[in-house]
Design a protein around this ligand. Structure first.
Ligand code: PGA
Length: 254
């Protein structure tokens, strides 16, 4: 982890839970278990319909609320979409961009870049997911990561990039129970910083928070955090159980 950056833990609820009541219960459970002054930033990303209610349940912002995606457009004929302006009007400051499950639905590197720019224009923090589908012995997956990093940062200034969070999520590790090893995570952290240094400079690269996602659970969070050197986690499945999620939060504050 880079000096003086506060760890960030993001819970991606995906298409869960089914009801508003269940969402509120889960949110309040997590919020209650969060220590007041814990040196960590904790964010959950519920489905859109729950956002406004959950924001009201944490008025002091101890537990922050993010969107799972958003449109790059401001307004107009885009059925089903939600804009950055709409989200910020509710006080939402974080948005996940380019999750592999969105990319699988057709979101391209170009779309991801436009969303990053739209988020930054609204002073939001984009949590941008990148990751390879598979690993190969020869390391060609590093090229995939570099391509995704170059694409997402197109037109993003050195000052703006410090506002971006990069979530390294190898697709083969998402929801599969297979995680990258702490060594793999550390190697990728260094690689991402190296690429960002080439695109920007060392100082700017060091300011970017880089988190890991893909089957992070209470029993592997500690080792992934201490050995992986990243600034936090993006958690899917385990963010739906308050106790598990909090135990992952604790693993980065000890
Ligand atoms: P997982 O999901 O923790 O269930 O693997 C991570 C994610 O998709 O962000």
């Amino acid at each position: 982890m880079k000096n003086n950056s506060t760890p960030l833990i993001v819970g991606n609820w995906k298409l869960n839970p089914e009801t508003s009541a269940a969402a509120k219960t889960l949110f309040v459970d997590v919020r209650k278990k969060l220590k007041k002054d814990a040196p960590v930033q904790v964010v959950v990303a519920p489905p859109f319909p729950f956002i406004a209610d959950l924001m009201r349940l944490s008025p002091a912002g101890r537990l922050l609320v993010a969107a799972q995606t958003m449109s790059a457009e401001r307004s107009g004929a885009f059925t089903g979409e939600v804009s950055a302006g709409m989200l910020t009007s509710f006080g939402v400051r974080h948005v996940i961009v380019g999750h592999s499950e969105r990319r699988a639905l057709g979101e391209t590197d170009g779309d991801v870049n436009r969303k990053v720019l739209a988020a930054l224009a609204h002073k939001m923090t984009p949590i941008v997911c990148i990751g390879e589908t598979e690993r190969d012995e020869r390391g060609t997956f590093f090229n995939v990561i570099e391509t995704q990093l170059r694409a997402l940062s197109e037109g993003v200034t050195a000052k703006q990039i410090s506002q971006v969070v990069i979530a390294y999520e190898p697709i083969w590790a998402i929801g599969t129970g297979r995680t990258a090893t702490a060594e793999d995570v550390q190697e990728m952290q260094l690689f991402i910083v190296t690429v960002l240094t080439k695109i920007y400079d060392r100082l700017a690269a060091k300011r970017v928070r880089i988190i890991y996602g893909g089957s992070v659970k209470p029993d592997n969070a500690q080792i992934l955090h201490s050995g992986g050197g990243m600034d936090g986690f993006l958690v899917g499945g385990a963010s739906l159980v308050a106790e598990d999620f909090i135990s992952i939060v604790r693993s980065v504050t000890q």
